[in-house]
Design a protein around this ligand. Structure first.
Ligand code: SAH
Length: 268
């Protein structure tokens, strides 16, 4: 329950009521002051929204835009509307948290824009109604996508190779108390065999190819979504790859072009 809006939506209707009572208390003979006071009030409310004390309206607006872009899986859209993205970025960037833009999260890494996160989650979820089983995320970053996954999957194993971001994700996720998210510090290139097989694998960093270990750790019936290099002919470009493991074969589907941080080996 705390996930949907820890700050409590019930406070919102109080704002206009307070504005009206203020307006009435201003003497009618001084309309100029009345207007200025109203403007000040509105500014104050805006600041309150800005620091995220009540961000649910602005988040619903983001979800409406995602739906306009063609996102359509209710569980995914609901998760996007529940998790407070502004809690995962630095204070200076809070005002941009619900714009469709990627944002820096430190150590040269970025949190993907909501449209891309939502698209990847929809691809992971597509054709498999209900909660997904165990999912592996490569590249925890600030922990935002792990929080979304926690609402869509039974268990989330999320690996990050940078100690600073692993720690940051732990801090960012603490308030949500997500018992089904397991944050791991390490190189995700070999996957995480102890949690395998996975119903889903999702990578937030792109390499030259999808490591064989990830495909091996995918359950039959499972799906992997990852950015990969678009090949030598398209140097520097990446595409989103969907890999389905069926009882008969491993089926790869190339989706649209994307831009993700590189998948790197080792830890730092
Ligand atoms: N899903 C994240 C996005 C983080 S950006 C979020 O919601 O914030 C991608 C992350 O992948 C970076 O933090 C980067 O350090 C990490 N990464 C890159 N190569 C990796 C690897 N081999 N193993 C684990 N993490 C890796």
């Amino acid at each position: 329950m705390a996930l949907s809006n820890p700050s409590g939506t019930r406070q919102r209707p109080g704002f206009p009521a307070k504005l009206e009572s203020r307006t009435e208390s201003v003497p009618a003979a001084r309309p100029a002051i009345k207007v200025r006071q109203l403007a000040d009030q509105r500014q104050a409310i805006h600041v309150v929204h800005g620091v995220g004390l009540d961000s649910s309206a602005v988040r619903q607006n983001m979800v409406a835009k995602l739906a306009q872009q063609g996102m359509s899986i209710p569980a995914v859209l609901q998760a996007m509307g529940s998790i407070e993205r502004h809690r995962f970025v630095d204070t200076a960037l809070v005002n941009q948290a619900y714009e469709d833009t990627s944002l820096p999260i430190g150590l040269g890494q970025t949190i993907s824009k909501p449209g891309v996160v939502c698209r990847m989650l929809e691809l992971l979820h597509q054709g498999r109604p209900g909660r997904l089983g165990r999912v592996l995320e490569i590249g925890t970053g600030c922990g935002y996508q792990a929080a979304l996954l926690s609402l869509l999957c039974t268990e989330v194993y999320s690996i990050e190779r940078l100690r600073g971001l692993h720690d940051k994700a732990r801090d960012n996720l603490r308030h949500l108390r997500l018992a089904n998210v397991h944050l791991l510090f390490g190189d995700g290139t070999p996957g995480y065999a102890r949690g395998a097989p996975y119903a889903g694998i999702i990578a937030a960093a792109g390499g030259e190819a999808v490591p064989q270990a990830w495909i091996d750790q995918l359950a039959v019936g499972g799906r992997l979504v990852a950015p990969v290099s678009a090949g030598a002919a398209n140097a520097g470009k990446q595409v989103l790859l969907v890999i389905d493991k069926t009882p008969q074969a491993v089926v790869q589907t190339v989706m649209e072009g994307v831009y993700f941080v590189p998948l790197k080996s080792g830890i730092a």
